[in-house]
Design a protein around this ligand. Structure first.
Ligand SMILES: Cc1ncc(COP(=O)(O)O)c(C=O)c1O
Length: 410
């Protein structure tokens, strides 16, 4: 196996300088999956510990196999390669146009894609910059696991939109390698930058003078409901213009929300660089994946592959987006009518309802459960409640807002 650290040092200095101690060490060994792959075309297969006919067909019990009857048994019921099913990785990459990237690595949901980024680049000396409020798992993934300090900044610039000045100040404080998470459409705010804001974020990040890894968490890709929202991911303009001396861009996305396959746990980690550097990064992430879960659930990968090949899929996805768009408009109108203080939202699955200074988010959340049989999530750092309109029927949204208002206003 080629040693990926010298490749990165030569081909992508920013990536090499941003690696954590674990990231520097991570190497794919010439282990069982690699030796088996080298022998894939051999007439006799006596490499990997899979129970097969001898012609590569798994001898899975019918009691299991019949539940996956529509899927190719070799893809669904044998081990998937460490990096994921090759045709799935290729089809997922084909969705990214206009930019040279690595092949995506299949991850166990997007959480693992993020945690691989944290393993590769996060450590006590490499802080993570991110807008607050943020998805709470970032703290577990980066700070708890790797010790990376969290350097947050307020998400909104007053009530106007994305806080570019806050991002800029946090970047200005950095003196060495660091990571930056950009999550749009955002959890928990439900905000996606406008086109003008997106251009300004890209310009600011590209000016950053020190080695930086930008992780675009595109969990809610495609769920934008306002014409002003930027289209697509910041991954494309950032990686297209990235200077390898200073910037590496990663994309984490997946079938979880885009294909409404939450339990499938099929995510993807793609590096915004092709060639030897892209392969070296996939090898490093793959080595850590091999050392934890070994490979991602094959039946779920096979189902996602079948969906990507199915011509009905785009129309079915559009139906889901349309349904969420109607819920979004209904929620916006109801929050306005109820006079509740919603922070700007234009996308994704959530809206934040801000509370008064005298109210405490956890206490209001618990009262909503007790007094109105209504569950929401408390977001203390914004003194707000996160309302997941993705999981409330359009017809029930007026009632949901009425219940929230009854507690928030009392
Ligand atoms: C912003 C964000 N990133 C990543 C994830 C993780 O997705 P997965 O369930 O695929 O691990 C979530 C899940 O809610 C999320 O909100």
């Amino acid at each position: 196996m080629p040693n990926s650290l010298p490749i990165l040092e030569a081909e992508h200095p920013a990536a090499a300088r941003c690696l954590s101690p674990l990231g520097r060490r991570a190497e794919i060994p010439l282990g069982i999956p690699q030796q088996a792959a080298q022998a894939a075309a051999c007439e006799r297969q006596a490499t990997i510990g899979q129970i097969t006919t001898g012609a590569g067909v798994p001898l899975t019990l019918p009691a299991i196999a019949e539940h996956f009857a529509d899927l190719d048994p070799r893809a669904a019921l044998l081990y998937a390669p460490t990096a994921g099913l090759r045709p799935l990785r290729e089809l997922w990459r084909a969705r990214l146009v206009g930019v040279d990237t690595s092949l995506p690595l299949v991850t166990n949901g997007m959480s693992q894609g993020l945690s691989l980024c944290a393993d590769l680049f996060g450590c006590p000396e490499h802080p993570l910059v991110l807008a607050d409020p943020y998805w709470d798992n970032y703290e577990t993934i980066w700070h708890m696991r790797t010790g990376a300090p969290m350097r947050d900044f307020p998400f909104f610039d007053g009530a106007r939109g994305f806080n570019l000045a806050g991002l800029s100040r946090r970047l200005d404080e950095l003196t060495g390698p660091a990571s930056l998470v950009l999550n749009f459409p955002n959890n928990p705010t439900g905000y996606t930058p406008t086109r003008a804001e997106a251009a300004a974020i890209v310009a600011r990040v590209l000016r950053h003078p020190h080695p930086l890894v930008v992780i675009c968490d595109d969990a809610y890709a495609g769920l934008t409901f306002d014409d002003d929202c930027m289209s697509g991911s910041l991954f494309t303009p950032l990686s297209a213009a990235a200077d390898r001396e200073r910037l590496l861009v990663c994309k984490v996305d997946g079938a979880t929300k885009e294909l409404v396959f939450f339990g499938g746990r099929v995510g993807f980690l793609t590096f915004g660089v092709g060639g030897a550097a892209g392969e070296a990064l996939v090898d490093k992430a793959g080595a850590i994946l091999r050392g934890t879960i070994s490979s991602v659930n094959a039946p779920a990968q096979a189902a996602v592959l079948a969906a990507l090949r199915d011509p009905r899929t785009p129309a079915q996805q559009e139906e889901v987006v349309g349904l969420l768009r109607r819920r979004y408009h209904a929620l916006k109108a109801e929050l306005d009518a109820a006079g509740l203080d919603a922070l700007p939202f234009n996308s994704g699955c959530f809206a934040l309802v801000r509370l008064g200074d005298h109210q405490e988010a956890q206490a209001v959340r618990l009262r909503l459960i007790r007094e109105q049989s209504t569950g929401v999530i408390a977001v203390p750092s914004a003194n707000a409640l996160r309302v997941a309109f993705c999981s409330v029927e359009e017809a029930d949204i007026p009632d949901l807002v009425r219940r929230i208002a009854a507690v928030v206003r009392s």
